[in-house]
Design a binder for this molecule. Structure first.
Ligand code: PEP
Ligand code: MN
Length: 339
């Protein structure tokens, strides 16, 4: 449930409500808006009669929150959240572009790609060091060595970095070398991993599971936030449907739905959702129109020789053209590209 305080509520009256709730064994989460302060409550509500709460000074009203996710809920936190990573941040009011190879393949390859995406306007370098591939015989990533190359690329270019993690050891290693960790679609409901990501305190990009509903996805985000880590960005990357013309079906309607339900930033991945480089530009533009706070795009120096996801990777030339075309779209949407 949430307690909405009256506009201009006195700090000592807010404090009185907080200590009453906490004395009853429930957790409080304070959200101070420009005018109104909201107190979110998590725990066993049966311990806390609503009649008692509304009798407190400066309490305006009490609203039940029926959704199972609370901390990710917009009712708990009406202002949009900005998630900081490195020297940049994701959302609100700006467009973040994360770009780079599907997998880190070598130091030279990563440095070449990092320089190119930086020049074309990306603010994050993406690159997989741990690759959970559909086949166990496909390239599985350079692991810790790949992470070190990511750090090197960040040092040279100033880009923020993001890398997928698949285990507790990977989280520990990644927190030393990159600015944000990514939980991939295949691990969206790996609850142990979500809790570990929460405990790490690192900013987390949480991709939507292949068959996950929006509510399941928000509950996955709740697992991370419930560990005391509010730095979560959601990434729509396409879902499984009967359609086979594209690798997955990009559910762009998820963006406005999420904007209604949560305060967390939302980005879109037009690469893994379409699986084809030629569909990436139109879906990237559509993502801007849908209200996304950013894009994650795969870029490779030589897509036909990529060790993974070559067919959906943009060449440097295609990526540069796309960011050039996106800039006026982003301006028009009121969320200029972060450089
Ligand atoms: C990726 O971003 O490299 C990736 C594997 O994506 P997803 O988890 O969305 O399939
Ligand atoms: Mn990929």
């Amino acid at each position: 449930m949430i307690i909405v305080m009256k506009p201009g509520a006195e700090p000592r009256n807010i404090k009185a409500v907080l200590s009453f709730v906490e004395k009853n064994g429930l957790q409080t989460h304070l959200s101070r808006g420009e005018e109104v302060t909201i107190i979110g409550i998590v725990g066993d509500k049966s311990k806390l009669p609503t009649e008692n709460l509304i009798s407190f000074k400066d309490v305006d009203h009490v609203v039940p929150v029926t959704e199972s996710y609370k901390l990710a809920n917009k009712k708990f936190h009406p202002e949009p959240t900005a998630v900081k990573a490195g020297s940049t941040s994701v959302g609100p009011g700006t467009m973040t572009i994360m770009a780079g190879p599907c997998a880190v393949e070598s130091e030279e390859q990563l440095m070449t790609i990092a320089r190119a995406v930086k020049k074309s306007g990306a603010s994050f370098l993406r690159g997989g060091a741990y690759k959970p591939r559909t086949s166990p015989y496909s390239f599985q990533g350079l692991e810790a060595e790949g992470l070190r190359y990511m750090q090197e690329a960040a040092r040279e270019t100033g880009l923020a970095t993001i890398c997928e993690v698949v285990s507790q050891e990977a989280i520990e290693a990644a927190s030393k070398y990159v600015d944000m960790i990514q939980i991939g679609a295949r691990n969206m409901q790996n609850f142990i991993l979500l809790k570990e990501a929460g405990r790490s305190g690192m900013p987390v990009l949480l991709k939507r599971g292949l068959c996950a509903t929006i509510d399941e996805w928000l509950n996955a985000a709740e697992y991370i936030i419930a560990e005391g880590n509010p730095n979560v960005v959601l990434c729509e990357r396409g879902i499984r449907t009967f359609e086979t013309a594209t690798r997955n079906t990009l559910d762009l309607s998820a963006v406005p739905v999420l904007k209604e339900k949560t305060h967390l930033p939302v980005i879109v991945d037009p690469s893994h959702s379409t699986g084809a480089y030629k569909y990436v530009p139109p879906m990237a533009k559509a993502a801007v129109a849908s209200g996304a706070d950013g894009l994650m795009i795969e870029v490779h120096d030589n897509p036909s020789c990529a060790l993974s996801d070559g067919p959906q990777s943009l060449t440097f030339e295609n990526f540069d053209r796309l960011t050039g075309e996106l800039a006026p779209f982003c301006e028009l949407a009121g969320r200029p590209l972060i450089k």
